[in-house]
Every structure is written in C-alpha cells, then in structure tokens.
Design a protein. Structure first.
Length: 147
C-alpha cells in the first residue's frame, strides 16, 4: 500500500515537472501561443483577442475580442474550424449586449436581436442563409414597436 502511494506521488511529481517549462507558451510577434489557445496583443501590449485553435491553427471554439483597453470584452463569437458557427455576441463599451445572433457555417442564421446601449431591445431580424427575411421589428426604448 505504501509503495503504491509513493509510486503515485512520484508519478504526479514527474507529471507536474514535465508540464512546467515545456516552452508551450511563447510570445512572438505579438502572439502568445499554447497548443490550443492563441492570445493576440496590440503593439502597445494590450490584449486584442483570445482564440482557441484546432490542430491546424484555425479558430475553433469561442473567440473573445477586446476593446483597446485590453480588458473590456467587445465580442464573443463561436467558430468551428475557422468559420463562424453558433452563437455570437457583441457588446458596447459599457458591458451591455449590443447584438446577439447565430451563424451557420459563416452565414447569419435565425433570430438576431440588437439592443440600445442601455439594454432595451432595439431590433429583431430573422436571417436565412445570411439574408434578412421579411418581418423585421424595430422598437422604441419604451418597448413600443415602431411602425
């Protein structure tokens, strides 16, 4: 029993040491790299985006883009093998949602909602294969439909 515990402790120690300092995190030309995450930085060093990537280097997962301050989220867009596919959200600088939409292999698909900077619903649009469909609705800040 003690031998098993010691063996597990040694294996965990080796695993911990081997995962440290492997050189997976590099910063070159404004990019920090990891096998599955790429962080892009502006010339001034502020964070521009965090991109999960697949084995071929294509964005795969939720890409987060930042405003110039490097802290405030500008957008979160879902990608599959380098193409927009799934939910996408854009934000105002104040953190309120600006637009919520969905993509199907690079084209807007389904219901898109746009909001005023104060959070009230501004517009609803429906997309089919990237084309706006009839029936769009625009709203006043009070919630009334604009005719």
């Amino acid at each position: 029993m003690k031998k098993t515990i010691r063996l597990l402790a040694v294996l965990l120690l080796i695993a911990g040491i081997s995962s440290c300092g492997t050189g997976d995190n590099k910063e070159q030309n404004g990019q920090e790299e990891n096998p599955s995450i790429v962080k892009r930085r502006r010339d001034d060093g502020t964070l521009s985006s965090v991109n999960p990537v697949d084995k071929d280097g294509y964005v795969h997962g939720v890409k987060t883009n930042y405003y110039e301050d490097g802290k405030t989220v500008h957008s979160k867009i879902t990608y599959v093998n380098g193409r927009k596919h799934g939910p996408a959200l854009w934000y105002y600088r104040n953190g309120q949602a600006h637009e919520h939409t969905s993509f199907h292999y690079g084209r807007k698909q389904g219901l898109t909602k746009k909001y005023y900077p104060t959070g009230e619903l501004m517009e609803e649009l429906t997309y089919e294969q990237g084309e706006v469909q009839p029936g769009a609705k625009k709203y006043k800040r009070s919630g009334e439909v604009i005719k």
